[in-house]
Structures are given as C-alpha cells and as structure tokens.
Write a protein that binds this ligand. Structure first.
Ligand code: ADP
Ligand code: ZN
Ligand code: MG
Length: 482
C-alpha cells in the first residue's frame, strides 16, 4: 500500500437545455452567429432587470431529487463579483450560501465496488460569454487580440458539487459518467463534453494514507473528456505525491490540464470566496419552491440509469452489456421494443451493442435516424433462429435495414440472402451432389461419415451458400444411414 492517498472532490457545470436564457428571453443557443442572441439583460446594460427561468429551476430541482438532495423551500440568488471581459455585468448571478439543493448522495460503481459520493449542493447560475484569443496558439498570453461572443452569456448553468469522497481517478471518472447518464436520462442537457455543455473541475489533494484531515487542494480544469479527467487526476496525484514525499509544500492553486503534453500546468492562484464579495442579488426576490411543485417534479422523474441497469440485469443481461444498452442514444428503446416483441434479451442486446453500434460508427449515423426499431430487430433474430438466414447473412441483412432498404425479410429477399430451408429443395440439391460424385457417395453409404462434410460443402457451393448447413448435414446423414 502506498504511504499517500488521494482525496478528490468534483465540481460539474452543466449547461441546461432550456429554450431561453436564465434571466432574459434570448434563445439559449450558443451556436448562432456571434452576438445575435443578446439583449440589455444579458449584456448587463444599466437598468435592465432579470427574470428567472422557471424551466431551469425545475430542471435543477429534478437533478437534485435524482441525486437524493433535500430541496430548499427557500433559496436565494447572489452576486458573485469579478471582472472579466466576457462578463459584461462585472458580476455573475449565482447561488452562494442558500443553494437550491443540498446534501445528496450518488452511488457510483467501480468494478465490483460501490462508492457513495456525497453531493454537497446543486445550484443554479448563469454562464459567461465566450472569448476567442487570436494568435498562433490560441492562448491568452500569446494572443494579438480577443474576440468575444456574448451568445453564451446568461445561458442557465447548473453546478453540482461533491464532498471530497473519492479516492482514485477511476472513481472520479465513474462519478462523472454516472452524473452524465443522469443528466441525459432527465433530458436537462445534451451533456456534450467536447462542446462544453458539461465541464468538470477536479479538486485533489494527497494525505498520509488513513489520515483524517485534508491536505492542500489543487483544482484542475480544462478536461474535455472523461478519459482526460482520469488522466489529469492520475498525473496530478503523481505530482503531489512526489512533492509530499520530498517534504515540499503543495501550493493551493488552479492548474490546467494540457492534453497533448499529458501534464497539469499552473494557472491563476485560487481566489478565496471572500474575494468575490458575494451579496444577495437585489434585483431578484428569494426563490421559493413549494412542496407541491417539488412533489410534482419528483413524480415526473423518469427511471434513473442505475434502476434501468438493474432492470436489464433482471432480464438476463450481464453487467457490461446492461450498462452499454442503458447508456441510451436510443439503444435502450430498441432493446426494450425487441424484448417486448419476443426477442431473447441477451441476443438483442448483443446485436445492438455489437453489429448495430459498429455499423453506426462506420456510417457516422445515429440510431434514431435509422429505420431500425425493436420489431425489425426481433424479426431478424427470429429469422436467424428459424434458420431462414445464416448468422453471417444476418449481418448483411442488418446493414440493409439500417441503410433503409426495408424490413429484414425484404432485404434478405432483395439481396438474395434467404437460406434455402425448404426440405424438398434441399433434398433435390443433396441428391444432385450425391449423383455427381458416385465414388464418394458409395464410401459414404459404406459408413465413411467424414464425407458428410464434403457433401455439405458441395451443396453449399451449388446453392451459393444459401442452404441451411444444419439441415443439409442432417439430410446427408439420413442418406448415409437410411
Ligand atoms: P472552494 O472554496 O475552493 O471552491 P470548496 O470547499 O467549495 O472549495 O470545495 C470545492 C470542491 O473541492 C468540492 O468538491 C470539495 O469536495 C472539494 N474539496 C475541498 N477540500 C478538498 C481537499 N482538501 N482535497 C480534495 N478536494 C477537496
Ligand atoms: Zn438576453
Ligand atoms: Mg466552492
């Protein structure tokens, strides 16, 4: 056992998928032509007044409930004061000491182990604008000029803060993955890491293994995939452990993950919350969420990812497949339809997570945009079971269905992939093969059963691979012994 252990807490920003911004009616669309979705409120012009977005509040309450939080009946928006070029008001409306959701917990599975990660709080704030630094490297200190797009300014941003309950980079990654799955299941964000709609900041410190207190923490930013979150933490833990072992101090600071170099680099030294001079937002009344509203949101929560995985395992899926199918992107829906249509769940899931996903990757398509539904998948599996298509031909049939060529049967017929399962036709083909090879046929009748394979091969050749090899083999055996 190492003499040092890591302590990790994660802060996650989630851009909510509301139609309009947090405090004004501008579209919350960050992909529009720069600076077209702006108004006096989100540009911070004097005298403009904010109005909270009810949908964003409900989405945040839903996430809080999914994370087992207590929903504060009375919470409050506060001003977080700081200057930055992409923040035209010179303050961000956020929540400080009275957040909307508190004291939750999320069970995270890492291999065979389950870790309960405490959720400190879930609160609501607004996003800032987006700066682009012009210059060869795109870095601020090497830039010739900066461009600012205020379209993102005021987009609702939910922040989920954990307790320092994680001990390994794998646990932090699994937490991030589970939170992402919940956000997607609730439909509150598209949760795309590459596009910044989900952003993770990882706080990490080291301490002597088994110690009670907490070490000095470093906040690591700028990871845009779950893999880089894990890599950044592993690197940072290694760096801090080396310092600790050498008896060197660890500076409390923010560090940036450099994906290409595989290292964290120092950023600004971290502000204390007192530097922000938080005070209650004077332009907004306190936020009230009544029991009735909270209960209505609780009643409308969909099945959560952990429950869904457990249900799929109950249908016979192994843990890995259950996770892949439950992750969604439409797999879950097609899987459930196929099972309801009588398909064997594990077979349906295996085809979905194997051939279907591979074909979607090859063609850069999304499942929802293809005509494959559960009924079609179940029909294809029934054709395999009934010996109407071989497992190999079924892959081609599936590709045809995904490409919009028709139902499995239509594709199999059009592409001439149906197996000949008609006993009469097969028997004729077997008789022809026996007649064409009288010597081998004689030896077969004398009991040389090795020749069954030879004749199966001849019949498969004669039928262009479309005969059902099992039936052919049975027929030939019958001829040999009968
Ligand atoms: P700050 O005031 O710097 O924002 P917080 O106390 O609000 O710090 O904590 C921010 C995040 O850092 C939380 O997720 C928390 O669990 C985590 N954290 C706090 N202290 C430590 C520590 N010593 N080591 C690792 N993570 C920590
Ligand atoms: Zn606006
Ligand atoms: Mg904090």
């Amino acid at each position: 056992m190492s003499a040092w252990e890591a302590v990790i807490g994660v802060e996650t920003h989630v851009e909510l998928g509301t139609a309009s911004k947090m405090f004004c009616g501008c579209p919350a669309d960050t992909t529009a032509e720069p600076n077209t979705n702006v108004c006096p409120v989100c540009l911070g012009l004097p005298g403009a007044l904010p109005v909270p977005n009810e949908r964003a509040i409900e989405m945040t309450v839903a996430v809080g409930l999914a994370l087992g939080c207590r929903i504060a009946a009375d919470s409050e928006f506060s001003r977080k004061n700081y200057f930055y070029a992409d923040l035209p008001k010179n303050y961000q409306i956020s929540q400080f000491d009275l957040p909307l959701c508190l004291e939750g917990s999320l069970d995270v599975e890492v291999g065979e182990q389950t870790v309960a990660v405490g959720i400190t709080r879930v609160h609501l704030e607004e996003d800032t604008g987006k700066s682009t630094h012009l210059g060869e490297t795109g870095r601020i200190h090497e830039a010739d000029a900066a461009l600012i797009d205020f379209n993102r300014c005021g987009v609702p941003l939910m922040e989920v803060v954990t307790e320092p309950d994680m001990r390994t980079p794998e646990q932090a990654r699994a937490y991030a993955d589970e939170l992402r799955a919940i956000v997607l299941a609730l439909g509150v964000s598209d949760a795309r890491l590459e596009e910044g709609s989900l952003r993770f900041d990882a706080n990490v410190s080291v301490r002597p293994a088994g110690a009670e207190g907490l070490g000095v923490k470093v906040e690591v930013k700028n990871m845009n995939s779950l893999r880089s979150l894990q890599r950044a933490l592993a690197h940072e833990i290694e760096r801090q452990t080396a310092l600790a072992e050498a008896g060197e101090p660890i500076a409390q600071e923010t560090r940036h993950w450099d994906e290409a170099a595989g290292v964290t680099k120092p950023g600004r030294s971290k502000e204390q919350s007192s530097d922000y001079r938080y005070f209650p937002e004077p332009d907004l009344v306190p936020l009230h969420v009544g029991d009735e509203q909270r209960d209505r949101i609780a009643a409308s929560l969909p099945e959560l990812p952990a429950a869904r995985r457990a249900r799929y395992r109950g249908m016979g899926l192994d843990a890995g497949t259950a996770r892949l199918v439950a992750e969604g992107d439409g797999l879950d829906e097609v899987f459930e339809e196929a099972a309801a249509a009588g398909a064997d769940p594990q077979a349906a899931a295996t085809w979905l997570t194997g051939e279907v996903v591979a074909h979607l990757r090859r063609t850069d398509a999304r499942l929802g945009a293809t005509p494959l539904d559960g009924a079609a998948l179940a029909a294809l599996l029934a054709m395999i079971d009934g010996g109407e298509v071989s497992a190999t031909a079924a892959k081609a049939v599936l590709a045809g269905v995904l490409d919009g060529e028709g139902s499995p049967r239509e594709v199999a017929e059009a592409r001439d992939l149906m197996q000949i399962g008609d006993a009469g036709a097969l028997e004729a083909a077997v008789d022809e093969a026996l007649a064409a090879h009288p010597d081998e046929a004689g030896r077969l009748r004398d009991g040389d059963m090795k020749l069954i394979g030879f004749f199966v091969g001849r019949v498969m050749q004669a039928t262009g691979g479309k005969a059902d090899p099992r039936m052919v083999s049975d027929l030939i055996r019958g001829k040999a012994t009968g």
